[in-house]
Design a protein around this ligand. Sequence first.
Ligand code: ADP
Length: 268
Amino acid sequence: IKANFSIVQDEAGKFMGLITVISDVTEQEKVDRERKEFVSNVSHELRTPLTTMRSYLEALTEGGAMEDKELAPQFLQVTQNETERMIRLVNDLLQLSKMDHKESTMYKERIDIIPLFHHILDRFDMNKAALIDFERKIPNEEIFVWVDKDKITQVIDNIMSNAIKYSPEGGKITFQVAKEVHRLRISISDQGGLGIAVEKLDKIFERFYRVDKARSRELGGTGLGLAISREIVVAHHGQIWASSIEGQGTTVYFTLPLVNRKRGGSRK
Ligand code: ADP
């Protein structure tokens, strides 16, 4: 905490009083530190794929791998994958930046969200990764909420693809929807044996935080999916959190406020 004192005098120089301005420097320092950390993270995240690509391109051009009919396509594939990951990363960063500056528009509408859930899950059923079982526990009734459909779809896509990434072969992913007093609670549970340690459960929603950096990178992750999901859920006045038990798996939850059916809720 920083305190600034100013002495107030009248025209004749007589002491009139004291003005004290107390400011919370710790908060300001925290923001500064986070900003610096973010810039350093972004630089690092971009440099890694770029240096990988440089070595592969060098091997192709100078190392003579270009002439090798087997190696050349493999090396080109690596540079292609890295390029795609960089594009994903930059797109994620742009989306976060827009949300930070409140430039990203939410197209919220009042909808019965149950068919949307089924639609999203049907999509996952169609491209089902080998040997993963999906279970739906969704109430069979109309449930109205105010949402931006595309953004909520993105949240579910992010959480679902993490669940798939960390699922063991033959694992089950359960998508559950529970109606509470004023909110709808959506949860996605997997059986990923590693789970997430308790002290890391909040951190996974931070930008660039990954429990296992190498693993996330290998799986094509940007480390921003859950940070974006949190921004979207918060913009819907909901909450997002996770629980995990080692040996059993992880559950990610988020909530959406329910809309009063008769009055149709308030438009924001
Ligand atoms: P990433 O692109 O790395 O998946 P996310 O923001 O989506 O980034 O997730 C952040 C981190 O949280 C992941 O790197 C992973 O360590 C952890 N995580 C997320 N979902 C799960 C899950 N279902 N099981 C285990 N770990 C998870």
